[in-house]
Design a binder for this molecule. Sequence first.
Ligand code: HEM
Length: 455
Amino acid sequence: MALASSEAANPHWTPRVGISDLSHIPGENGPPIIGTTFRVLRDPPAYGKHMVDTYGKVFRTNAFGNPTISLVGAEANELMLFDRDKLFSSEQGWGPVLNLLFPRGLMLLDFDHHRMDRRALGIAFKPEPMRAYTQDMNRIFKDQLKNWRGEMLFYPAIKQLTLDVAASSFLGIPLGPEADRINKAFVDMVQASVGVVRAPLPFTQMGRGVAGRKYLIDYFGPQIAERRRNENRQDMFSQFCRSKREDGEYMSDGELIDHMNFLMMAAHDTITSSVTSMIWLLAKNPEWQEKLRAECLSIAPAGSDITNDQLDQFELTDYAFKESLRLIPPVPSIPRRAVKDFEFMGYHIAAGTAVSISPAFVHMMPEYWDDPETFDPMRFTPDNVKARHKYAWVPFGGGAHMCLGLHFAYMQVKIFMHHLLTSVRVEIADGYEPEWQPWPIPKPKDGLKVQFTPI
Ligand code: HEM
């Protein structure tokens, strides 16, 4: 239903190619209505392997009422993400999922409009504001992590901490009831965007999500004029308010709010998911945890702030984060819709075809990764990176839509790891293997049980 209404609301979209016109591409349609949805959801990696083994690196699926052509491998990632010939629309790929709650977010714009807005938003990731976020993070982590002791569920704890950082760095508001109300509205929106019921009925996730969106619009809207005047505010929202497009114009209030909502969504669950998987992998691989702890202590003693100039010294931490993103990428697959006909691996794919790539699958392909199941951060030394296809590792995407917040993510992870690993040892019970919900953004179903022992 959402898919059909997305199409109706966007007459500029390239008409979707139906399943009957995709029969020249090998694959599976599944039973009527449900198609391959449940098979894909049950075990995405196993389903991907079955499809590649059976049909090859270009195959047809039919999940969520959306017949899609999957393109598999580093070359496919490069074709779609780098998109030299402007073949693919991100708006028409993500729109059916995200438009109801996050319309006109950066990932939901294409080509010239996207380029102009991306440049305007880029102002918030320049060195000076990044230094201000560093200070926020040091303060919040130092203050909150001292309570992280004994047995804890990691996932809800890091989720709250990431929301607190966002209130400060993204919105410039102190922790407290106001931040809590915004966080709740925002969490409702994010949950709704991945919910099963797509109509905003009362008492459904989508109903709460739409109410959350209204709350945020009512909250942000009246603040824009003041934030434009106050040059001293370094938070992201204030900077977006002051930023002008290359035509010299401010973005409209509606555009600013849409960008802000989208950005908070793009940042939130991705950071939460990746830090959770990294902590799990470091608990499972204590020798790596020790190496990272030694590195953190060699950069600054426990309890000291980390400066921006020190971030490059976190070399092993950087490799370990990248390896965690390889094993459990927060965005496991990336959709687009072709806006022009193209050929790939001998197949003709027509304009209007929904296509997708899967970072999660390519990150585990033995043709790029020896022993892919093993946690080995040394895969990311400069020499090893140079020896691999540039698009074999794409947790942040690539090309025009490459993650705008990736440096923010690296910064948050390094500062967090410094404050955590220099104060506690992270342990899990022997043989503990939490079950992961693989989709849409991976997370441990039980919240990840960890033990923090002070050092
Ligand atoms: C580990 C953390 C993160 C991961 C793995 C991640 C992943 C991604 C991916 C894969 C895309 C591209 C999707 C596509 O091409 O369709 C993307 C786009 C984006 N991300 Fe991130 N992200 C992370 C953190 C963040 C943070 C912290 C922010 C903001 C502070 C952010 C803001 C954005 C924005 C604005 C876009 C859209 C860029 C565009 O369309 O031009 N992300 N992210």
